[in-house]
Design a protein around this ligand. Structure first.
Ligand code: ATP
Ligand code: MG
Length: 298
């Protein structure tokens, strides 16, 4: 059998500290957690883990600090099987962290810190490795990194997928024209095209550059997508599941979609494949493997 395709994911990795609590207290308060865990979160990191569990090879490119939160993240990604040779430990940098409080009904309160002192210079990225990749999947948290990697990927003929997640308008307006597949969240599309109806926002994304597919994921309403030259947008409905935790469904969708591009699936099939992966993540609160996704698709 041939080697599985490589998906390179570039952007954010976050040390998520998750506390399960009886209730979210009003301050001032001091309460005990029922349980605690630390693990990798962040859009591109979750996408890398998804691409890997779904049968691809995955590499993560990004930055962490050399603080107490950084190294456990690198270890956790490596333990999943993600290639972390493009994960840089920045001296004096502060790793992005999240404090996630989960109550017994699964309601979440998230406090996040985006990191500091991580630098923006992408010149150290191992861009020559893109020639071996089947797809590049980026989130908008490292604008300079996306710009450099997307240019190299497009030059190498490697499709670029952007997670158009909530960001400053100017960042999305800069990044969208650099990619082949711009796949927004609902707030991300509103940031990219303020005041527009969704389909109009997708049209703007296609008109902004060589983008061939523009889409917006809408949770349990599914995903609305538009391809270059098509008269109107299509909708791939969500798979009906009993959701227990929808955090990360979008990240998993993007990792799955990027893998589908690396496997050269047609867009409609890729949307269904990624929707199934997102639905299982929402149902289980954990990233599914390929057999689970194939099971739901069948
Ligand atoms: N409750 C759900 N039931 C079924 N499918 C879901 C559900 N939530 C998400 N999905 C699937 O995952 C895709 C991505 O989810 P969503 O649109 O919520 O991403 P998001 O807003 O980027 O969220 P996040 O970034 O927090 O994961 C949806 O288009 C859908 O196919
Ligand atoms: Mg998202």
């Amino acid at each position: 059998m041939s080697v599985p395709p490589l998906v390179i994911c570039l952007g954010n990795v976050v040390a998520d500290h998750t506390f399960r609590v009886e209730h979210i207290p009003e301050p001032p308060a001091k309460i005990a957690a029922r349980s605690y865990s630390i693990g990798p979160g962040g859009m591109a990191a979750n996408a890398a883990i998804a691409a890997l569990r779904l049968g691809g090879r995955a590499a993560f490119w990004g930055r962490i600090g050399d603080d107490l939160n950084g190294e456990p993240l690198a270890e956790a990604l490596a333990a999943e099987g993600v290639d972390v040779t493009g994960l840089r430990r920045v001296p004096g940098g502060r790793t992005p962290v999240g404090a996630v409080l989960v109550d017994p009904r699964g309601e979440r309160t998230i406090i996040s810190f985006r990191g500091a002192g991580l630098g923006t210079d992408p010149s150290w990225l191992p861009l020559d490795r893109l020639k071996d990749a089947g797809a590049l999947c980026c989130d908008p948290r490292w604008q300079e990194g996306v710009a450099a990697a997307a240019a190299a990927a497009r030059q190498a003929g490697v499709p670029v997928v952007l997670d158009g997640e909530r960001s400053e308008t100017r960042i999305l307006v800069d990044l969208v024209p650099r990619v082949d597949h711009a796949i927004f969240s609902v707030p991300g599309l509103a940031n990219f095209a303020p005041g527009c109806e969704p389909e109009e926002g997708l049209r703007r994304a296609l008109a902004s550059g060589p983008v061939t597919v523009a889409a917006v994921t809408q949770g349990e309403k599914g995903v609305l997508w538009l391809t270059r030259g098509a008269a109107k947008a299509e909708r791939t409905p969500a798979f009906p599941v009993e959701a227990t935790n929808t955090t990360g469904a979008g990240d998993v969708f993007h990792g799955a979609y990027a893998l589908a591009m690396a496997e050269r699936m047609p867009v409609e099939r890729a949307m269904r494949f990624a929707s199934a992966a997102g639905a299982l993540r929402a149902r289980d609160g954990a990233t599914p493997d390929r057999a689970m996704v194939d099971g739901l698709l069948a």
